[in-house]
Design a protein around this ligand. Structure first.
Ligand SMILES: Cc1cc2nc3c(=O)[nH]c(=O)nc-3n(C[C@H](O)[C@H](O)[C@H](O)COP(=O)(O)OP(=O)(O)OC[C@H]3O[C@@H](n4cnc5c(N)ncnc54)[C@H](O)[C@@H]3O)c2cc1C
Ligand SMILES: NC(=O)C1=CN([C@@H]2O[C@H](COP(=O)(O)OP(=O)(O)OC[C@H]3O[C@@H](n4cnc5c(N)ncnc54)[C@H](OP(=O)(O)O)[C@@H]3O)[C@@H](O)[C@H]2O)C=CC1
Ligand SMILES: O=C(O)C(=O)Cc1c[nH]c2ccccc12
Length: 421
């Protein structure tokens, strides 16, 4: 008899195949956690596959130290668990992570960490989803089940534009997801490319740490005050939208911003012709909620510059013909979904990795496919999706597991997964 070492034995049977008696959820960010918790309440077993070694990896590993939620906490809570009463209106990154850890513990959400989904496709013949994952600990796996919940997020991958000469730039180039604080940039000339919420706040943070930031604003952008007379601008807009048409609320927002922040065109910040909420709803472009960067722009501590045409070894050449000497670059150029990389054989998701059906109907596809957290409406959109998905799956599950149903007769109710081979 020939004895094989266990790793060789493993690879003989690779990929290992697992039957999932319940939905397969991909991603353990707030969206995946919200679905898991809500499914538990419905008595539906499930499995969560997460590529990283922790929950909410975006928040734990890919955000900067000074980050706070920029919408008031009541708009960011997950289903069935409000934020602690002693949390401030805008919880810090650490408080938000603690809340999520507590959420996962409360609802007993235990993802399979280190499992990166490489592909998922629906098998018409069997009526089942086949999900291939790879993991350093357990190698390749195939999970098979009737339902697939996509919860990999709008921020799954970094967007880094291909600007000519970037490879030849001698200083440090980082995406904002790698940025922690301005400490290591003290005294350095840093170009922040992008002026969304990340670009603005990182520029402010660089100032606060004694760096010399320039920020690229290549196009028109809406900057709104985070608060109007002590009330959250977002909350105000939400209240007004219940009574007034969107275009009118947009006008009110722009007027209030002008009143509070003044005309910013002189500082290189032009307002788009389309209003902030319409722009967010139609094109997903989030308005900037000012947390202090504008004051630094006014004082000249942050220099606003136009687009970059190319980088040289030590400089950025700008579209207005001028050039900047630089020590480092921070790309605050956004994120993208990675769904098209791994989800196959369905047109429910478009090429941009978002469901093609508009909110609030983008949560359910065909053949047991669900999507959570792709509404461009932050955490409140994710929670709304999660509640709908759990309700739907709860109904299907109860139907499927009725004692009279044939399919349920042999089904395993207690254990969610069983190894096939
Ligand atoms: C800096 C920043 C600040 C924000 N602040 C707010 C805010 O204040 N309020 C608000 O409402 N929204 C905010 N957002 C929006 C943000 O989208 C949500 O906060 C939230 O993180 C979305 O949760 P999610 O679970 O959908 O996605 P994520 O948090 O991105 O979680 C997705 C998970 O899926 C995993 N994953 C991805 N691909 C795979 C794969 N192939 N296999 C296995 N696992 C995979 C990832 O590792 C990740 O853990 C912010 C976003 C950013 C970037
Ligand atoms: N405190 C909070 O809660 C925070 C929340 N967030 C959220 O995270 C999400 C992502 O935000 P963010 O990281 O800012 O990304 P965004 O996608 O919002 O912004 C990307 C920015 O990069 C610019 N850009 C892209 N490519 C180029 C290029 N080649 N040259 C110059 N500029 C370029 C874009 O400009 P253009 O518009 O011209 O394309 C835009 O200004 C948002 O939903 C945001 O609200 C982020 C930070 C803090
Ligand atoms: O912070 C984000 O990324 C969000 O998507 C939160 C959000 C949802 N709707 C908005 C409208 C204006 C500003 C932020 C948001």
């Amino acid at each position: 008899m020939v004895l094989l070492p266990s790793d060789r034995l493993d690879s003989l049977f690779s990929p290992r195949c697992v039957w999932v008696n319940g939905p397969i959820i991909i991603g353990a960010g707030p969206s995946g956690l919200a679905v898991g918790a809500s499914l538990r309440e419905q008595g539906v077993p499930y499995i969560i596959l997460e590529r990283e070694d922790c929950i909410a990896s975006l928040w734990q590993k890919r955000t900067y130290d000074r980050l706070k939620l920029h919408l008031p906490k009541q708009f960011c809570q997950l289903p069935r668990m409000p934020f602690p009463a002693d949390y401030p209106e805008y919880p810090t990154r650490r408080q938000f992570i603690d809340y999520l850890e507590n959420y996962a513990a409360t609802f007993d959400v235990k993802p399979e960490f280190g499992s990166t989904v490489q592909s998922a496709r629906y098998d018409e013949t069997s009526g089942l989803w086949r999900v291939h994952s790879s993991s350093a600990a357990s190698g390749e796996m195939e999970y098979i089940g009737r339902w697939l919940v996509v919860a990999t997020g709008e921020n799954a991958e970094n967007v880094v534009p291909d600007i000519p000469g970037l490879d030849g730039f001698a200083g440090e180039v980082a995406h904002v997801s790698e940025y922690k604080s301005g400490e290591k940039y003290k005294g350095k000339r840093v170009l922040v490319v992008g002026c969304g919420n990340s670009g603005m706040e990182v520029s402010l943070d660089l100032c606060d740490h004694g760096a010399l930031p320039s920020m690229v604003v290549r196009d028109a952008v809406h900057v709104l005050p985070r608060e109007v007379m002590g009330k959250s601008t977002f909350e105000l807009a939400t209240l007004l939208m219940a009574w007034l048409p969107l275009w009118f609320v947009d006008k009110v927002m722009v007027f209030l911003s002008w009143l509070i922040l003044g005309n910013l065109a002189g500082f290189g910040i032009r307002r788009p012709a389309i209003g902030p909420l319409t722009l967010k709803n139609k094109y997903g472009k989030t308005p900037v909620l000012d947390t202090g960067a504008l004051a630094k722009i006014r004082s000249g501590d942050i220099t606003v510059v136009p687009g970059v045409s190319r980088f040289t070894k030590s400089r950025a050449e700008l579209t207005d013909g001028t050039a900047l000497d630089l020590d480092a670059v921070v790309m605050a150029t956004g994120y993208r979904s990675n769904v098209p990389q791994w989800l196959q054989g369905t047109d429910f998701f478009g090429k941009d990795g978002y469901p093609t059906t508009a909110f609030p109907n983008g949560w359910k596809g065909q053949s047991g496919l669900y999507s959570v957290g792709f509404t461009r409406r932050g955490l409140s959109g994710a929670s709304a999706d999660a509640v709908r998905i759990a309700k739907d799956l709860g109904q299907v599950w109860r139907e499927e597991t009725k004692p009279t149903t044939k399919r349920a007769a042999g089904a395993c109710h207690r254990r969610c997964i069983s190894v096939i081979f």
